[in-house]
Design a protein. Sequence first.
Length: 105
Amino acid sequence: MSDTITSEQFHAADGTQDWQVLDGVAAAVFATGSFATGVQLVDAIGELAESANHHPDVDLRYPSVAVRLVSHDVGGLSDRDAALAARISEAARELDVPAEPPSTD
Ligand SMILES: C[C@H](O)[C@H](O)[C@H]1CNC2=NC(N)=NC(=O)C2=N1
């Protein structure tokens, strides 16, 4: 079974506004403002990832957390990435953590 989606389908999914897609990977950066808040966000991401059995790459730094999502089994984006992206953004909102605007590099 393949649930691959295009970048356009990813962006059309509810709750994915914080995310950019580059080279088949969805990425977002959350401006946590402190390491401790970053740890809280990573903790929430860990719970969401385990319950979805879908696991992002997470880069915890001061003062931001970068998250990347891809479905290894399909070699690109799937519905699972869009769904988890929306849940991660929701967790960030609950912690009052904004997403950084997309980079223009
Ligand atoms: C067997 C299990 O469902 C797979 O290994 C899952 C686990 N977590 C995963 N996480 C991610 N990001 N991509 C996957 O394809 C993936 N596969």
